[in-house]
Design a protein around this ligand. Structure first.
Ligand code: GRF
Length: 203
């Protein structure tokens, strides 16, 4: 399966996918990496791996709809079977989803449907949750609302209150990377079907 990965930041999830995909048995190859901003470690990781990259900045388009179309075009140019939003911090719009819904996977650092949005780690901590984690799901038109593929749990420690969630996020990311690599590989190798909110492996 051909993968396009979208990033906005450090790209440790991308790196985990790059490392896994070195083994042909993984079943998926990353064909390009896209971002909504330049100058991020995620793009450097892609360049080091010798992959084509593209940047589609919101500020360079008249409005969100134009940006959404441009992003969809840039992704489509690489003809992916699956798109992975790995720490991509923009909402994918209707143009993008019109072409890639059901083929776009996102990873979120909380146990959905709890704590959606840009601050999933901080919000779980502030709420006083004792178990949080990460969710790998298909992207739909809502914010972190699409069909769930898999989840991993991480315990909140008393000490996590001290640093605003940084250490908790690092523990979540450790679980998240393993889960994302596992799930993307299975989607690619086994196939899948989405029935309403439920996702099943196999065709
Ligand atoms: C991940 O925890 C992702 O779920 C969140 O941002 C983090 C991205 O990390 N939204 P990285 O860029 O893959 O290192």
């Amino acid at each position: 399966a051909r993968l396009v990965v979208l990033v906005s930041g450090s790209g440790t999830n991308l790196q985990a996918l790059l490392d896994a995909a070195e083994d042909p048995a993984y079943g998926a190859e990353i064909v390009a990496v896209g971002a909504d901003r330049g100058d991020i470690a995620g793009l450097t990781r892609a360049e080091k791996a010798g992959l084509p990259t593209f940047v589609v900045r919101v500020s360079e388009y008249a409005d969100r709809a134009d940006w959404d179309r441009a992003l969809a075009d840039a992704v489509a140019a690489h003809d992916p079977d699956l798109v992975v939003s790995a720490g991509f911090m923009k909402i994918l719009g209707p143009q993008f989803l019109g072409r890639f819904e059901g083929r776009t996977v996102n990873t979120h650092p909380a146990l959905l449907p709890s704590f959606p949005g840009a601050h999933g780690v901080r919000d779980a901590l502030a709420y006083g949750a004792k178990i949080t984690g990460c969710t790998v799901h298909f992207v739909d038109a809502g914010v972190d609302t699409g069909p769930i593929i898999a989840q991993g749990a991480v315990a909140v420690e008393d000490a996590d209150a001290a640093d605003g969630g940084d250490a908790l996020h690092e523990r979540i990311k450790t679980v998240e990377r393993t889960l994302l690599v596992d799930i993307v590989g299975r989607l690619a190798r086994e196939g899948y079907r989405i029935e309403g909110r439920k996702v099943f492996f196999g065709s």
